[in-house]
Design a protein. Structure first.
Length: 125
């Protein structure tokens, strides 16, 4: 895999609510999976980000009471979309997820690199 001339800012996109029934333990497991991928990206020399890292504290501060409530709809996906606009690439992980698939579609529309596994991520110099 060829090296890129600089570290990339990479959005890790994976399931958050999909398949969880909004069970907090399952939601946390999905966030943990994204964070584990982010750590691997960091150790490979890139700057990883997740929408959850930014959106979840905002939701708590705004007073969101549950995933899918009005505040969630106002904040969660718009934060990820704004974040994606600043990223160089997307790493899609995990199983089915409309939100993660939307991030991939938006990344492709913005002519950004889309990786479907850590092995697809170019090495950082």
């Amino acid at each position: 895999m060829p090296a890129v001339p600089r570290p990339l800012m990479i959005l890790v996109a994976g399931p958050y609510r999909s398949g969880t029934g909004d069970d907090p333990v399952k939601l946390d497991a999905n966030v943990r999976a994204m964070n584990q991928a982010a750590l691997a990206l960091f150790r490979a020399g890139h700057l990883p980000v997740t929408g959850e890292a930014l959106a979840l504290p905002l939701l708590e501060t705004a007073g969101s009471s549950s995933p899918g409530d009005a505040l969630f709809e106002e904040i969660f996906h718009p934060v990820a979309e704004l974040l994606l606009s600043r990223c160089d690439a997307v790493l899609r992980i995990g199983g089915p997820s409309q939100g993660a698939d939307r991030m991939v579609a938006l990344a492709r529309a913005q002519h950004k690199l889309v990786c479907t596994g850590l092995d697809d991520v170019p090495a950082a110099r």
